[in-house]
Design a protein around this ligand. Structure first.
Ligand code: SAM
Ligand code: SF4
Ligand code: F3S
Length: 425
């Protein structure tokens, strides 16, 4: 039996697809790059912006002819396209055999096999190899009310996984070869707020830190309102927790933030960044920004631009506002023309390219510790604690090991280095 998985969207979807692939392989399925050859095709979907949703519909349409040619193939659709009530989707896409809510890998397994067979293959799953760097979802859903965001409508209320369950999963991944885990949540720093014992992300980081042979821990994405002193303290104190925080600001003007219902002001955000940088001096910070939100004037946009120039993030993910059905922002006029949104996006990308180049140039001639996660075009690739991508050459097999390299070239998105002569494997 062959399977083919197509994934679009955030790390949560990537984590779910990886998990589905592992479970299917444990059942004896083998991967194929060609959907036409597959007995099972899984589309893991995203609808965060109209452009993502269009890609999903394009992909779905192409599967219709596949089903006509091969009626025996199973077509499953998972992810944020699938609403609580999937009746409309079932009517619109009758050739799809199964619609699954976001992260419902278990539902897929129940569809493809019976319980007895699942149990037999659990052992095979446990002995399969894990990537060096793994994603571990720790909190599903979102309890915020950002007016532009469809995610909370599709992924439901926050549900945190208990600490022992997460630790057990991390331990099992490490036993199978993982050296780094990234703990995932839409607002990962809200982890635990719904748990009966009120443990929080700081407690979870401390518990995961105890796992032997694990080298690094990351977590994303954080919401400014949930980034507590306890979490900052855990990042500062715990060796394995990387100095890397993704903290979306979304806009640099209070009026836009208010319209987005983000729940903080620019000044509160600025003070939070100050506190983090003070307590974790070498921290790398990433942020998300939406340009061209409803009512965003030139002046409002300039404020966002100026804030990014002031705060000097290591990474900025910028997106043009895309009105989403069912969100509160649909009641506001989408009044920034598409061309203007595009222009604002490009201006920020250009600013960030200059900032990232300057930040990375500072690292030239310094020594960085790289966790090697794979190979590309004959060079080893890995990341620093601060999530910078570094390539280097060596004949030995470095996968899963920590290498010390001197940075010899730095661009805005990646760097090259030379292995320290003394470095043993
Ligand atoms: N939970 C995170 C937060 O609160 O920032 C991120 C969730 S969302 C999956 C990832 C990013 O997509 C957001 O940070 C935002 O910048 C962007 N995004 C979400 N809705 C959008 C929309 N309607 N139009 C454009 N970008 C959007
Ligand atoms: Fe991820 Fe958002 Fe897309 Fe859902 S809609 S898959 S949460 S990016
Ligand atoms: Fe939630 Fe808003 Fe993020 S609704 S997922 S906090 S963008």
């Amino acid at each position: 039996m062959k399977y083919h998985i197509w994934t679009i969207g955030c790390q949560m979807n990537k984590a779910d697809s990886w998990r589905a692939a592992q479970e299917l392989e444990a059942l004896g399925f083998v991967p194929t790059k060609e959907p036409e050859d597959a007995d099972l095709v899984l589309l893991n979907t995203c609808v965060v912006r109209q452009s993502a949703e269009n890609k999903v519909y394009g992909r779905l349409s192409s599967l219709k002819s596949l089903k006509t040619k091969n009626p025996g193939a199973t077509i499953a659709v998972m992810g944020c396209l699938v609403e609580e009530d999937s009746t409309c989707l079932e009517q619109r896409f009758p050739f799809v055999d199964l619609f699954l809510h976001p992260s419902d890998v278990q539902g897929l397994m129940e569809f493809v096999t019976d319980e007895r067979r699942q149990a037999t293959h659990r052992a095979a799953y446990k002995s399969s190899r894990a990537p060096v760097s793994c994603y571990v979802p720790v909190v599903h859903g979102c309890d915020n009310f950002c007016t532009y965001c469809i995610v909370r409508l599709r992924r439901g209320r926050e549900r945190s996984r208990p600490v022992p369950e997460v630790v057990q999963e991390v331990r099992s991944m490490v036993d199978r070869g993982a050296r780094e885990v990234t703990l995932l949540g839409q607002n990962v720093d809200a982890y635990g707020h719904d748990l009966p014992d009120r443990l929080d992300l700081a407690d979870l980081l401390r518990a995961v830190h105890e796992v032997d042979h694990l080298s690094r821990i990351r977590f994303l994405t954080s919401h400014p309102n949930d980034m507590s002193e306890r979490i900052i303290e855990a990042v500062a104190e715990l060796d394995k927790v990387c100095e890397h925080i993704e903290l979306p600001v979304q806009a640099g003007h209070d009026l836009t933030l208010k319209r987005m219902a983000r729940g903080y002001t620019v000044d509160q955000y600025r003070r939070l960044i100050d506190r983090i940088r003070h307590r974790v001096p070498d921290v790398a910070l990433a942020t998300d920004v939406i340009v061209g939100f409803a009512g965003e004037t030139e002046e409002h946009f300039q404020a966002t631009y100026d804030l990014l120039a002031e705060l000097q993030f290591d990474v900025v993910h910028v997106a043009a506002y895309s009105p989403r059905p069912g969100t509160a922002a649909m009641r506001l006029e989408d009044d920034v023309p598409a061309q203007e949104k595009d222009q604002r996006r490009r201006l920020i990308e250009e600013l960030q390219r200059r900032i990232a180049t300057a930040i990375n140039h500072e690292l030239l001639k310094s020594t960085a510790e790289i966790l090697v996660d794979g190979e590309r075009k004959g060079r080893w690739r890995g990341r620093t604690h601060t999530n910078k991508l570094v390539f280097f050459e060596d004949d030995r097999d470095w996968r899963g090991n920590l290498a010390h390299v001197e940075i010899t070239w730095a661009g805005p998105w990646s760097m090259q280095g030379k292995l320290k002569v003394s470095d043993p494997l």
